[in-house]
Design a binder for this molecule. Structure first.
Ligand SMILES: [Zn+2]
Length: 476
């Protein structure tokens, strides 16, 4: 099956040009000047007219948590519903986190995640490994996983008693990363100090979702980020700090990068757009003072008055924010977020955004925050390089997987559950209700197969495959 995508502007991380794309089977066969006959007359079984549209690599969301167990419940998107929603939004690869916590064996958890995902994904998927219990067995597993295409390992400085590693454990895991080339990913918040602030807030009677934000102040993120950078520097391990929300933490990352250290920062759409004041402090008729629970996640949304959001956009433009993922970890209000009525510390942490990342960041292009090319870079190309997928994913070039999005820059997308709006994640609310985007995902192709076409899902859950990853291709 040959498909010719014609008339569109191919956008890469380095430039844009009118080009035709020939897809043969699962891969891209050629990228050509319009009307080019250089390869002889082109015969295609199907032609897709992309006139006045952008043709971009499929999005790579390098931070998702489908079906993740958390606080006595599980993230509400399964691999099936979550990858279908991803496809709707132009994301054709997710990298999900296998979870190992205390008392569990890493390799058992990897097997469990393969079981959950296999045969259930609309688009391709890969895995990172959470090491919640650093011990001899899990350190050995880190070596084994590199050979199995799981080449990045997430550690936690937050959540004492659940995922938190001591500085000594972090150092050991980083030494392993320095040795085997694995990338260390870090949730950088000072969890022990935060737990005290949380208990003190609850004792004062500050139990509403808003206080989730104020009990995790930016100092706790900056301090942990700095500590992680220092530990990485001692060991020589590459470090990728996930979901950075504080501008001060990014300043630490920028400083380390300036000194030539292999340190990278990720942020998420919620930290670029949403805030402590507007969301965590929100009240509605339906939910009253509990509405903010919709946006409880960690790191927390930050105060707009402190200027984090604007600075994050600046760091995104300059490159010290390396890429944008979603940290997609949805929970419904009913029966899930509701567990925290009267005690914000019991609200499951997470926001669902896997469907909207490409659109939300394209709005940044429309608003003059980032260039068109930087949009593709932070959403597709750099995540591919960062996590060892580049060449196969994240680029439109001959030989790459035909993961392609046709994007209409003059289209419009209304996000939310209301009439005429779009939302396909398995949640009973949208964290982005009422957001209007000046662009639209018209068509999505995953390995040569059209999965979303003209506003309809036409894919199948048997399509997506596990993609083994190489070591990072993005180190300094
Ligand atoms: Zn996460």
């Amino acid at each position: 099956m040959k498909t010719l995508i014609t008339g569109g502007t191919v956008v890469s991380s380095t430039g844009s040009a009118l080009q035709d794309v020939l897809v043969d089977g699962e891969t891209i066969a050629a990228v050509m000047a319009p009307g080019s006959q250089a390869l002889g007359p082109i015969t295609a079984d199907r032609t897709i007219d992309a006139t006045s549209r952008y043709v971009i690599p499929g999005g790579i969301d390098a931070h998702t948590h489908m079906e993740m167990p958390f606080g006595g419940t599980s993230a509400s998107d399964t691999f099936e519903t979550g990858t279908r929603a991803a496809a709707w939004g132009g994301t054709t690869t997710i990298v999900d986190f296998v979870v190992q916590s205390h008392g569990q064996r890493v390799q058992d958890q990897v097997a469990a995640w393969h079981d959950k995902a296999a045969g259930n994904c609309a688009v391709d998927y890969a895995f990172h490994q959470i090491i919640g219990d650093v011990n001899d067995d899990s350190l050995k597993a880190m070596d084994e996983l590199i050979g199995e295409g799981i080449t990045s390992f997430k550690l936690f400085m937050a959540y004492p008693g659940v995922f938190l590693s001591s500085d000594g454990q972090i150092l050991q895991a980083m030494q392993k990363g320095a040795e085997n080339g694995g990338l260390i990913m870090m949730h950088a918040e000072n969890g022990s100090a935060i737990d005290v602030l949380v208990q003190q807030a609850l004792q004062r009677g500050d139990t509403a979702p808003y206080f989730h934000g104020t009990s995790r102040p930016w100092q706790m993120e900056e301090e942990a980020t700095h500590r992680a950078i220092m530990l990485a520097d001692v060991t020589g391990a590459p470090l990728y700090v996930v979901h950075v929300s504080a501008k001060q933490a990014l300043a630490q990352i920028a400083k380390a990068r300036g000194a030539g250290q292999n340190v990278f920062g990720e942020t998420c759409p919620q930290y670029l757009y949403l805030s402590l004041e507007d969301q965590l402090g929100a009240r509605s008729d339906e939910w009253g003072g509990f509405e903010g629970a919709k946006w409880v996640c960690s790191t927390p949304l930050r105060a707009r008055a402190e200027g984090h959001q604007d600075e994050l956009w600046t760091y995104l433009r300059t490159g010290d924010v390396t890429s944008v993922s979603t940290d997609h970890c949805p929970f419904c209000m009913k029966d899930q977020k509701e567990m925290g009525i009267g005690d914000f510390s019991r609200i499951p942490n997470g926001i669902g955004s896997v469907e909207h990342r490409m659109d939300l960041l394209f709005q940044g292009v429309k608003d003059g925050r980032i260039s068109l090319e930087r949009w593709v870079d932070v959403c597709c190309t750099t995540p591919a390089r960062m996590f060892g997928l580049y060449g196969r994913k994240g680029i439109i070039t001959a030989g790459a997987d035909a993961d392609i999005v046709v994007y209409d820059p003059e289209g419009h997308t209304s996000i939310g559950m209301g009439p005429g709006r779009t939302h396909h994640m398995n949640m009973d609310y949208s964290a982005w209700e009422g957001w209007e985007i000046d662009g639209h995902v018209d068509l999505v192709m995953s390995r040569g197969e059209v999965v979303v076409d003209g506003g309809g899902y036409v894919g199948s859950k048997s399509h997506g495959r596990f993609v083994p990853r190489s070591l990072s291709q993005n180190l300094i």
